[in-house]
Write a protein that binds this ligand. Sequence first.
Ligand SMILES: Cc1ncc(COP(=O)(O)O)c(C=O)c1O
Length: 369
Amino acid sequence: MNYQDRLYQQKEKALYRSLSLSDPSLVDLQSNDYLGYARLMEVGKIAAHLTIKGATGSRLISGNNTQHETTEKLLSQYFNAEGALLFSSGYQANLGVLSCIAHRGDVFIYDEYIHASMHDGMRLSHAERHSFRHNDLNDLEEKLKKHSGSGRIIVAVESLYSMTGTVIDIDELLVLNAKYDFTLVLDEAHAVGVSGRDYKGVGYEKAHEFQNLIRIITFGKAFGYAGAAVLATELIREYLINFSRPFIYTTAIPINDAATISQLIDYHSNNHKPNEELDKLIKYYLSQVTSFNSNLTITSNQGPVQFLTIGDAPTTIGLEKNLLFKGLQVKAIRPPTVPAGHAGLRISLHAYNTSEEFDILFKTLNNVS
Ligand SMILES: Cc1ncc(COP(=O)(O)O)c(C=O)c1O
């Protein structure tokens, strides 16, 4: 099939994608800038006055700089890991880890909703892949029982799922980790900076109790910038430097990006106000959302991503349009991202939102049955 036909087919299936600009004059209930750091950077409150400088090569050739190493040291201390390794994006970090930590004969067991970058990394590894039902740790245990003994097992999950707002039960996962001795890749892209103890991610507090834990954190979401890091043992760090092709065969993350990440971490450790404001708004949102319409099914997690199940895709898309008309930018999530009949609105909450903005949202949702 040619390109034109494939695009036409996407349109026929209502899966066609196109780029649009978000409007800064409208209310933001869709971005990942949960703490408003991107806005603080824009007005020079974080990471101002950095000199721009290219890395000039891959980390293993000419691109390694003291700034990369300083930032990695800071990250490992801040997030309580033995080692940290920077990547240019979370996509690349997931690809870089999952493609090389398992081989033919090993087994990946993964949540059916994990991010595309984890899928792509697993595919490159040639290991077997088996999914378990979304956030269902009983089903994970069934799969662990079934595949134990047939090679190394790697479990791949997210801590906070950005499309549905579901959060993993970290204590339950710890029990399984002790019982079945698997490597855990925990993608904290949406949790780091906003969830868990000291807002350092869902896995942070118990990180030391896990066996073989690899955490992926990103700086393009709550930290409002870009880039990512892998948090793991020194041994895994050394292994990635030697075998992770997405780390080896690419220009190093720019030096000023590494410096910006250090400044963001500094800011985060000294300024809890955006987190406190966000937490207050999440509480307000959760306390009000169903009192406007008790028919709504909500995800009641304490994180910044909330999901409202509406049901069918056309009604959900109609609501998205209606909300936009009222000045609110909200994303409709529909199949195939979620199963048929479970379309809904992904409500992304930020430190800079206001209760008045939520009230507009709630009033619009009032009539949904
Ligand atoms: C769970 C998860 N992991 C990884 C990524 C990729 O991160 P980045 O945007 O830094 O490439 C995303 C981005 O949407 C994500 O949601």
